[in-house]
Write a protein of this length. Structure first.
Lengths: 355, 355
C-alpha cells in the first residue's frame, strides 16, 4: 500500500532544500522497499498570496486531510507578506486544523559539527524538546482599543485548556519513559506569569503521579535558557508551552551548532489527521536563490516522517547517513554554514548516495 | 545632603550577599565622600509572610516612597511560600507601584570569568538588555473556568499600552545613542503572537523615525536566543517586552558566564518614585545558609545605584574593583562558582578593600 505524502515547499530556501529531502526519501524508499507517493502542492507560499490574496485555497483542508503526512519546507518572505499573515495563513493553520498538538524537536550534538559551547563533544548533548503546538500564547483572541491615540492599548489572551496541557504532558512523559535516563524537565514561569503558568505547574504535578519512575524537575524559562547554555547535559526530555517550546527548540539546536540542520515533527498522535514534518530553520530570504542552503534539516525531517509512518529502520538509516557524511567532513560536499565549499545539491546527493 | 537608601535583603542568599553589598557601598561612600544613609526593613521575605500572612505591611508604599533608592537582595523560598505569591507580594509590587518601568541589565564578559561559549574573550561581549518592567505578559488579568473538570480552561491577558511600549523604547534608543556602535535590536515574536507583537514592531518602526542615526534590527525571540549563543558580538542594546526581556537578561549573563554576578536596575527614570537595585540571581535556597554565595551581583547592583544617584566616578570605581579582584584570580578569595575556595565574605572584603 502506498503512503501518500503531500509536498509543500513554501518560500525561499524551502524550495531549494525540498528536492534534496525528496532525493533522500527516494533513496531510503528504494533501499527499504517502501512505497511513497508524493503529490506536490503549489500553495502555502507568499507568491501564491500575492496572486490570490490568501495563502491557500479555501478547500485546502479537504485537499490535504486524507494524506498520510505533509512534508513541508519553510514559509515566509516578509518583504512580500508580513510574517503573521503568511504564517497564520499556512503553517499555523495546519498545526491547529489538523490538531498536530505535539511539536517534537531533537537536540543532538552531531559528529563533525562544532558546538558553540566550549568543550562539548558528541554524546554530551542529546535531548528532545516537546512543545505544545495548538494553544497557549499563540491565540487568536484579543484586539486593539483607542486605536491611533495616546491611550492605545492592545491585549492578547494566552489560553490553556486541561485537554491541551494534559495531552502534551502525557506525550512527553511517555517519551521520557522510552529513554534511558527517564528524566523530564518542565519549562514554566509561574513566579511571574501568575495565572496560566501556575496552572501548567499544577498539571505537571498531577501527571507526574502517574509516572512514578520518571524524575521530574522544573525551571522558570529565564534560568532554563541559561541552563541550556551552562548545563546542556542536564536535559533528556524538556516539555514546554507553545511559546516556551518554540524558544527552547531554537536555542537547543543553536547550542548543538545545528540551527540550520535541525528537524521537527508536528504530530497528531491519534493519526486522525496527517502529521507535518519540516526543518526548524525558516525560509531565509537573505540566502535564498543561491543554492547554498543546508538541506540536512529537510532530510532529517524526512527521517522523522518515515519513523512516524512505521519505518524505524529506514529512518535510522537516514540519520546514520547524515552522521556519516558529516563525520567524513568532505569540504567539497558540505555547505558553507558547516565549514564546506559545497552546495545544497552536493550535500543532498552525498547523503542520498550514502543511504 | 544624605541619600536615603531602603535596604531589603529578602530570602535565602539575599540575606548573605546584602552585607557585602553594603560593605562595598560604604567603602565607595568613604572614598568619594558620599553621604549614604541606610534603613533596613524586615519585610518583603517569606518568613514575614509565614508570620503575617502577607509579604509586606499594608503601608509599605508610604514607608518606602520617599527613599532615594531601594537596595534589594533576592526574594522567594518555594518550600515556604509559592513563588507567584512571594513575588507578586513584593518585587513585582515595587516595580509596578513605583512605576519602575525600565529594567536595565548589562551583559559583559569580565576578565577572569570563563565564558561557556567557545573562544570568547573579554571585550567580545558587551551589551545591555532593556526590559519593559510593568506590563506585557506579566498581567494580573485572567482566570479559570470549569474548575476541576475536564473542560477546565485558564486564560491570561498580555497587555501592552502605547504609553508603556513607547517609554521603554525611548529609553532604549536614548541608551543606544550613548554607545559607540549606536545599535538597537528589538525582540519580537510577531510571526506567532499575532496581536501584541505586531503592535510592538509597529511602535519600534515609529520610534526609529526619531533616531535616524541608530541602526535598528529585530529578531523573533526564538532565533534571538539562538543568536545570543552563536553571535553575542552582534548586540549593543537589546530591547524587549517584560517576558522577553526577562529571558534575555538571564541568557545574556549566562553567555558571559556571569549568571551569579550580574546586576540589575529597576528604574523610574522620572525620579517620581525610588528606583530599585538588585542582583539578577535569585534567592537560591539550595545553597543558602552556607556562606558561599557570590556577592558580586549585589555589589555591582550597588554600583548601578550610585550611578543612578549621580556618582558616575564612584560607580566606575566599584566596577573597576570587581574587575581587578576577578583578574587577580586569587583562589582563597573567589567563591566556588567562579573557581575559588573562598566565601561570600572573603570576596566581599577583597572588593571593598580594593575600592
Ligand atoms: C522572580 C521573577 C518574578 C523575576 C521576573 O521574572 O521578573 C526575576 O526572574 C527577574 O528577572 O527579576
Ligand atoms: C514561523 C513561526 C510562526 C514558527 C513558530 O513560532 O511556531 C517557527 O518559529 C517554528 O518554530 O516553527
Amino acid at each position: 500500500m502506498a503512503h501518500r505524502i503531500a509536498v509543500i515547499a513554501g518560500d525561499g530556501i524551502g524550495t531549494e532544500v525540498m528536492p534534496e529531502g525528496l532525493r533522500a526519501l527516494d533513496a531510503a524508499a528504494k533501499r527499504f522497499d517502501i512505497d511513497l507517493e508524493f503529490t506536490t502542492f503549489e500553495f502555502g507560499n507568499c507568491d501564491y498570496y500575492l496572486e490570490h490574496g490568501k495563502m491557500m485555497p479555501d478547500d485546502w483542508f479537504e485537499q490535504l486531510k486524507d494524506f498520510d503526512a505533509l512534508f513541508y519546507g519553510a514559509v515566509g518572505w516578509p518583504d512580500k507578506v508580513p510574517d503573521h499573515i503568511s504564517l497564520w495563513g499556512s503553517l499555523l493553520q495546519f498545526r491547529r486544523q489538523f490538531d498536530q498538538y505535539i511539536n517534537l524537536r531533537p537536540c543532538k550534538l552531531m559528529p563533525g559539527i562544532k558546538s558553540p559551547l566550549a568543550g562539548r563533544e558528541p554524546g554530551d548533548i542529546d535531548f528532545f524538546v516537546v512543545r505544545e503546538n495548538t494553544e497557549g500564547e499563540y491565540s487568536s483572541i484579543g484586539g486593539k482599543m483607542f486605536e491611533g491615540t495616546e491611550r492605545e492599548i492592545v491585549v492578547q489572551e494566552t489560553v490553556m485548556s486541561r485537554t491541551g496541557v494534559d495531552r502534551v504532558l502525557k506525550y512527553a512523559f511517555d517519551l521520557a519513559q522510552t529513554r534511558p535516563r527517564k528524566k523530564l524537565t518542565s519549562a514554566t514561569k509561574s513566579n511571574g506569569i501568575s495565572i496560566t503558568m501556575p496552572y501548567w505547574d499544577e498539571r505537571v504535578l498531577e501527571m507526574a503521579k502517574q509516572y512514578p519512575d520518571i524524575s521530574v524537575d522544573k525551571f522558570h524559562i529565564d534560568i532554563l535558557t541559561a541552563n541550556f547554555v551552562l548545563h546542556p547535559d542536564w536535559f533528556d526530555v524538556v516539555v514546554g508551552s507553545n511559546l516556551f517550546g518554540d524558544i527552547l527548540s531554537d536555542l537547543g539546536p543553536a547550542c548543538t551548532g545545528t540551527i540550520g540542520i535541525a528537524p521537527s515533527a508536528n504530530i497528531n498522535p491519534e493519526g486522525k489527521f496527517p502529521s507535518l514534518f519540516e526543518p526548524v530553520h525558516g525560509s531565509a530570504p537573505d540566502i535564498a536563490g543561491k543554492g547554498i542552503a543546508n538541506p540536512i534539516g529537510q532530510i532529517w525531517s524526512g527521517a522523522m516522517m518515515l519513523e512516524h509512518l512505521g519505518y524505524k529502520e529506514a529512518s535510522d538509516a537516514m540519520v546514520a547517513a547524515i552522521e556519516e557524511v558529516l563525520a567524513e567532513g568532505n569540504q567539497s560536499v558540505l555547505t558553507g554554514d558547516i565549514g564546506g565549499k559545497g552546495t545544497t545539491k552536493t550535500l543532498g546527493e552525498a547523503i542520498a548516495d550514502t543511504i
